[in-house]
Design a protein around this ligand. Sequence first.
Ligand code: BES
Ligand code: ZN
Length: 478
Amino acid sequence: MILPNIVDRLRYRRHCLAIVFLLAGCAAPASRSTAPAAQVTAPAATTAASATLGVAPATSPSPSALPIPEATPAASSSPAPSIAPASAEAATAFSGQLALDTVRLLSETIGSRPAGSDAERRAAEVLADEFRRLGWTTEIQQFPIRSFQDRGSSLRVNNESGAPIEVLALQNSAPGTISGRLIEVGLGRSEDLAGLDLNGAIALIQRGEISFGDKVRNVAAAGAVGAVIVNQTDDSFRGLLPDSSPIPAVGIDGATGRRLFESARQAELQAELIVDTSIAATTSNNVVATLDGASDETVVLGAHYDSVAEGPGANDNASGSATVLELARTLPAAELPVDVRVVLFGAEEIGLVGSRYYVDSLGPREREQIAAMLNFDMVGVGDRAMVGGSDDLVQLAQEAASEQGVELGELGSSLDGRGDHAPFLDAGVPILFFHRQDDPRYHTADDRAEYVAVEGLEVAGRLAFALLDAVAELRMEN
Ligand code: BES
Ligand code: ZN
């Protein structure tokens, strides 16, 4: 009977956690701006405390930018492995406020961190320095990426005023300037294309059902020389192709798309599509840090620290990276039942490139030792804390959440492929995805630190803390 045991232990642990949080609230280190006990219910990041952050000037982000106190190294020879604090003095509890400092460092001091950019590289260095300072064995794992640049794309159609229609090239789209008939092809599945003459044409494709890659491949194989994918909603979007496309491919908003579908039904349309993109070989980095625990089992705490080019990526995903860094600050003071490895992934936004590279770099034994991968992605905005992933871990998270009085929604499998947990899942590693819904500023220039709530970071951090122990026990009993 695994679960009753775990419930009991979690109940016991709740006392430990309560003590840890009480201690931190009563005797917060001097370098903290406010007591964490008061921050659990603090409103989103508009406090005076967050305005007094010790962040470095934009030109020289440095590790000392983070007001994180030194931690005591772990005592790993405990007879009863548990994440109970090694001593009351060492019990430095997870602080959402310190995590928010890191969100601001990444999203404001460093700024937008697209894969392969100087800012992404700088973020990796700053984060790696922090892990080293906190006593973690840290390395930077470099890997090759193709960095994509869009210098602007446009579409002109002869039925319209002649003004260029705003389009966004799909990431990894081939460049080109082409003219041809604009032909509606439904969803762009093979069965939708039967009987259509697409030779030399630009295909107008409805988004949905099959991947962008399949749509573009299908119409190109049928002779099309360009692809325009129409969104289901009225906003524009930046789609992602897994590989470079054989033909220029762009996305347009649903409202414009519907107008074009309408006109294409009435008369043959001629269109000109200009796509000015390029792809260059460069590199990105994962930050990998390990802290030894009482067994050879490993729990991976993961988050991506890169962002899209369109915005500063405060919630997506400085929030997850900051939560993991703050856990890394608190964990050396605990007796860890397992090895904990933090991996902050680069190049997530261009197709999970960092996490795939990391998983591929593991030997079979190393992979086998990973008891669980906990991924933190967008944990700072939205009313509902959510988890998704492997059934056992979701159940443990629910147990921990109810012990902590947190209401936790479930994502099902809908987001299985949308984050750095996916390559772990593919490799057979149990995963748990921490997330919050909904973020209206997802992938926009407004994804800023002022909207990130301390409470979201705290909830994720506290659940993760409780889960480390529960995961170790689950693995021992199975
Ligand atoms: N953080 C997002 C994933 C996400 C977004 C999860 C919204 C839940 C709700 C992630 O950074 C992302 O944008 N992923 C891409 C896919 C990835 C393979 C590039 C996505 O979801 O479109
Ligand atoms: Zn994203």
